[in-house]
Design a protein around this ligand. Structure first.
Ligand code: ADP
Ligand code: MG
Length: 390
């Protein structure tokens, strides 16, 4: 049964009638521009063909009642208790419920109408793998409230409200890329976002390549400390470089030549982190030109360089990610492979010749399992439309 059919059936089971509406909102994978969003760089994600599906109707009461099918959990809360982060019985909201409640809170803060709703949702975006299951949930709920509230915001505005929910209500310090990709995705097209100006464009993806995501299934706990340290290293680099370059506000303002000239002023660790960022921003700019020329061989090399940089300079890889990448890079048809997302576990992204996609996927799964003893999960993805009312 499709996820769409599932949420409709579960809604019926639960609320005794058909839902008034269904929305879908996708996860995402980033091809290039890793750990540059918080340095004002460029990111190149696609929205993937895995998504949260939410069936919903306006509620007869002031309570929003939600059923999360994948968790077998249910919650009721109202607009009045959003600030207290409590449910209808006064108990603290569980973490999973902070995502939809956070969306409702952010919309309320923005002065938008948020009628209480009854909803059922499910998703095939794996949770905590770096494919942004959280943004998919947020973008589904923003669209649901837009549908019932009778207002209409452009997708980037909706993305910013989802980000606010995640940053300020859930308490996760993430950039704008995830919600942007989920809201603004386009079929068969790569997205290109300037994280400083929030200007964005889309570029066609060649039809003869496949984007394949490989999940190591490794999840390392307590990675937020590492993430925050990387951000602090980047800020320290800007502080020191500003002595010579008074106009700069982020590493985006430093080109590679200037960086090389001044790099010796930075402590070794800070220099490594900053070098990754400066070079990765150059790679993401170069990537656009290569894509326009249809040069997937050189484009793929940028992914390989990105992985080496994340492993050696930014130091956010783990042995399982390195194994997944080196197995991939040895296989026929692979243009490029790298870890994607924050690192320390999760997925790799692979750009592969389409006619080799199936053989590549089987060989990658087998090769990874031989070396690690664990079977990975492999997803052949296509670039999909962003969040939509079905
Ligand atoms: P990801 O990289 O997948 O976005 P996060 O830790 O940012 O990982 O978000 C995962 C969290 O989002 C889950 O722990 C859960 O609270 C929420 N979430 C994601 N998908 C679902 C779902 N299908 N049903 C309910 N909650 C979900
Ligand atoms: Mg997330």
């Amino acid at each position: 049964m499709s996820l769409q059919a599932t949420v409709i059936a579960k809604f019926r089971e639960h609320f005794g009638e058909a839902p008034a509406h269904v929305v879908r909102a996708p996860g995402r994978v980033n091809l290039l521009g890793e750990h540059v969003d918080y340095n004002d760089g460029f990111v190149l994600p696609i929205a993937i063909d895995r998504a949260t599906w939410l069936a919903f109707s306006r509620s007869d009461t002031d309570q929003t009642t939600l059923r999360a099918v994948d968790l077998s959990e249910e919650i009721s809360f109202s607009s009045a208790t959003l600030s207290a982060k409590t449910d209808a019985t006064g108990k603290p909201l569980p973490t999973w419920a902070l995502y939809p409640a956070g969306v409702m809170w952010a919309l309320k803060e923005a002065g938008l109408a948020i009628p209480a709703l009854s909803g059922v949702y499910t998703s095939d975006v794996p949770q905590g793998s770096g494919l942004s299951s959280s943004a998919a949930v947020e973008m589904a709920f923003v669209l649901a409230w837009q549908t019932l509230g009778g207002w209409n915001l452009p997708p980037m505005e909706r993305a910013l409200l989802g980000k606010k929910a995640e940053n300020k209500y859930v308490g996760v310090n993430s950039g704008i890329m995830d919600q942007f990709a989920s809201a603004c995705g386009e079929q068969d097209r790569l997205l290109h976002l300037d994280c400083r100006s929030l200007e964005w464009q889309t570029l066609p993806l060649p039809s003869d390549i496949a984007i394949i995501v490989a999940d190591t299934k490794m999840r390392r706990a307590l990675t937020s400390g590492e993430y925050n340290r990387r951000r602090a290293n980047c800020e320290e680099a800007v502080r020191i470089l500003r002595e010579e370059l008074p106009g700069i506000t982020s590493l985006r303002d430093v080109d590679l030549e200037t960086f090389n000239r001044l790099a010796s002023r930075l402590p070794e660790r800070v220099e490594k982190r900053a070098r990754h960022v400066v070079e990765e921003i150059e790679r993401s700019v170069h990537a656009i030109l290569l894509l326009e020329q249809g040069d997937m061989v050189e484009f793929g090399k940028l992914l390989n360089q990105c992985h080496a940089s994340l492993r050696d300079l930014y130091e956010v890889s783990i042995p399982e990610l390195d194994t997944m990448v080196s197995v991939a890079q040895s296989l026929p048809g692979c243009y490029g492979a790298r870890l994607t997302g924050a690192g320390f576990g999760g997925c790799t992204v692979n750009v592969v010749a389409r006619e080799q996609a199936d053989a590549f996927s089987s060989a990658l799964a087998a090769g990874y399992e031989v070396q690690t003893g664990f079977p990975p999960e492999i997803y052949i993805c296509s670039a999909s439309r962003g969040a939509e009312l079905i």
